[in-house]
Design a protein around this ligand. Structure first.
Ligand code: 6PG
Length: 417
């Protein structure tokens, strides 16, 4: 019994007294729709934005809608068209009263992991979209990490597509099991129907597009000083991919000979642990950003709940999310997953593999922005002393920006010349 309307006015005047408006739209038309909806809604009607909206915009919209005596919810939905059919992951925030009224609809349609719905309410108006935004940032970085593995094997070692496919298939039946690994195994065996020769992937242009949620994650991380180098690198790799003509030209001029001493067998032996290391380090960065954002904005985010919701239905669902859920359940105030004893121990054990793989990338001249950044993030985070004392000295030298000392209290300035 579905009716179609071509105007918001028509929709509103033809539906029941108590209305629930679910908008699944691009973020740049949400304000326009709200402005129009406000003209036709009745008190206590509910508007829910189910798209990818920037969480600070959601907060403003919540304010505006509430001032007009309606309810507003910002709900992040992950899973794409398949998720819509089989059950998406749902991250909500906004009006508590409205959520109480309608939550059963979302719980019912959401994915279930171990019979637990991948659906949660995170309180504050922008929280649902904040969690979804960082979800997408992590998504960008893991996609790029996978792409770099594929590049190292294919271009660096000349491994055949079928053998790379088998690796991802094997990974998906291991502790690396995850939706993105699973679909990569599927992509690597999809034949090209146009030419009938080889897999479709080999015919797809390498200029990547982006709708902007990864960029928002990076921009917000810069605002709140949350270090997420792997997500930033993934956003930038899509940007670099755009400059195809320049890359073609540079490939002719900027030569490098492969000097790697790591054999194909050795790289296959190291890659599994290395990928695990990279993947965990990426989740750690994204989840730490959520922790920092929650403090910065006083949002009271529950990180255990985030890990729980991400276990099912969403693009970054992975076996390791249950480990993260347990880590946050043990210590809800954990600032970074790297500090969880069990996760930290695993990373310490697997770091040698990651370092060896990064060396192979460098020696072969294959780009590894995300892979390298995971090792470098790990090294930065575990460094008791960083060379940023020199940065402070330089700032004071050229700009009289002052510095603090590590042996006494106070603010200092030196006449360096
Ligand atoms: C999801 C996806 C979804 C969408 C991204 C794609 O969780 O279902 O993340 O939100 O596919 O917007 O983003 P890009 O176009 O930026 O890669």
């Amino acid at each position: 019994n579905i009716k179609l309307f071509t105007s918001i006015k028509g929709l509103c005047s033809n539906s029941s007294k108590q209305k629930l408006i679910l908008m699944s739209l691009p973020h740049n038309v949400i304000d326009k729709c709200i402005d129009e909806l406000i003209l036709y809604l009745n008190k206590d009607d509910i508007i829910a934005d189910l798209g990818n909206s920037f969480f600070l915009d959601t907060r403003k919209r919540f304010q505006k809608v509430h001032e007009n005596h309606f309810h507003f919810l910002g709900i992040g939905v992950s899973g794409g068209p398949n998720g819509a059919k089989e059950g998406p992951s749902i991250m909500a925030g906004g009006s508590k009263t409205a959520w109480k009224k309608i939550k059963n609809i979302f719980i019912d349609i959401s994915a279930k992991k171990d019979n637990v719905p991948a659906c949660g309410f995170f309180g504050n108006p922008g929280n649902g979209h904040l969690v979804k935004m960082v979800h997408n940032g992590i998504e960008y970085a893991i996609m790029q990490l996978i792409a770099e593995v594929y590049d190292l094997l294919k271009r660096g070692y000349g491994v055949e597509d079928a053998k790379i496919q088998q690796l991802f298939e094997k990974w998906n039946n291991s502790e690396l099991a995850s939706f993105l690994v699973e679909i990569t195994a599927g992509i690597l065996k999809k034949e090209d129907e146009v030419t009938g020769k080889g897999i479709l992937l080999n015919y797809i242009s390498d200029a990547a597009k982006a709708k902007g949620t990864g960029k928002w994650t990076s921009q917000n991380a810069m605002d709140i000083q949350a270090p997420i180098p792997s997500i930033n690198a993934a956003v930038e790799m899509r940007d670099i991919s755009k400059y195809k003509e320049e890359r073609v030209e540079a490939s002719k001029q900027l030569k490098w000979d492969d000097v790697s001493e790591t054999s194909e067998e050795e790289i296959f032996a190291a890659l599994t642990d290395a990928f695990y290391f990279g993947m965990i380090t990426i989740y750690a960065q994204g989840l730490a950003q959520l922790t920092i954002a929650s403090k910065e904005y006083d949002y009271g985010l529950n990180l255990e709940e985030v890990a729980k919701i991400w276990r099912g239905g969403c693009i970054i669902r992975a076996a390791c999310l249950e480990d993260f859920r347990q880590a946050y359940s043990k210590s809800p105030e954990l600032p970074n997953l790297l500090l969880d004893e069990t996760i930290g121990k695993t990373l310490v054990e697997k770091q040698a593999a990651a370092r060896n793989v990064v060396k192979a990338f460098i020696d072969k001249g294959i780009p590894s922005s995300v892979f390298s950044s995971t090792v470098s993030y790990f090294d930065s985070y575990r460094s008791e002393i960083l060379p940023t004392n020199l940065i402070q000295a330089q700032r004071d030298f050229f700009g009289a920006h002052k510095y603090e000392r590590n042996d006494q209290e106070g603010i200092f300035h030196t006449e360096w010349n």
